[in-house]
Design a protein around this ligand. Structure first.
Ligand code: CA
Length: 239
């Protein structure tokens, strides 16, 4: 998804930009409020610093909200209760105080996007997420609403968690999901020590569907839906 990063500090912008890019997001970074207003229409979500050179961040937030309802998280050094309350009342979806932990910020972004239904496309962009619709990959169909998976027209029975993992990947067919996000979303703990459990579930999905390429491993990062389910997914799945 495309992120608009409004941040006048170069080091902070670099760190955030790198972290977002690793998650598969594209990023436009701007350091002035005027540029934020110019580019906000293309954003799938917004990270907003309040201390900007040309306009107070809270005022910018109010103006952004008149033209855009994309998920927006304030990321700022201001930690007064008054600032937090004003930002939330002005339409921020969340508020993160610097210095912050990157994993926490990324988790908050995921949460806000999920809550606001922003897994799909930014306004005017190309469809990126499948929402609750049936997703096809080769001869595999995943129906998130009915919680069914069919392979070549025959239903395959997965366990609840196997299905949850597959549905999560199918919901964002063009994105790589990190191990942390999958563990967080489905097991409720991104730092699960027994994260081998995820590999076991992925192996189960591949075996039960008989489609080794249905879930592709992105080494050192996570998983994505495979475009060629019948292909040799196990080859790059070596661990
Ligand atoms: Ca600043």
């Amino acid at each position: 998804m495309h992120a608009l990063l409004v941040e006048d500090d170069d080091r902070m912008a670099r760190a955030l930009g790198t972290a977002l890019a690793r998650r598969g997001h594209t990023v436009r970074r701007v350091s002035r409020a005027l540029d934020a207003l110019r580019y906000v229409h293309e954003a799938g979500f917004v990270l907003l610093d309040l201390g900007l050179p040309d306009l107070d961040g809270l005022e910018l937030l109010r103006r952004l909200r008149t033209v855009c309802d994309a998920p927006l998280i304030v990321v700022t050094a201001r930690c007064e209760e008054r600032d937090v309350v004003q930002a939330l009342r002005a339409g921020a979806d969340d508020y993160v105080v610097k210095p912050f932990r990157m994993a926490e910020l990324i988790a908050r972004i995921d949460t806000v996007r999920r809550r606001t239904g922003a897994h799909g496309e930014p306004p005017g962009g190309s469809p990126a997420g499948a929402g609750g619709r049936t997703v096809r990959a080769g001869d595999v169909e995943v129906d998130p609403a009915g919680r069914t998976v069919t392979v070549a027209g025959s239903e395959v029975r997965l366990t609840r968690r196997e299905f949850d993992v597959l549905a999560l990947l199918a919901g964002r067919p063009d994105e790589v999901c990190s191990r942390e996000e999958i563990l967080d979303r489905i097991w409720g703990d991104a730092f699960l020590a027994a994260s081998r459990s995820l590999d076991v579930h992925v192996a189960g999905i591949r075996a039960k569907t008989g489609r080794p390429g249905l879930v592709r491993t992105v080494r050192g990062f996570g998983y994505r839906l495979g475009a060629d389910p019948a292909g040799r997914g196990e080859r790059d799945a070596a661990r």
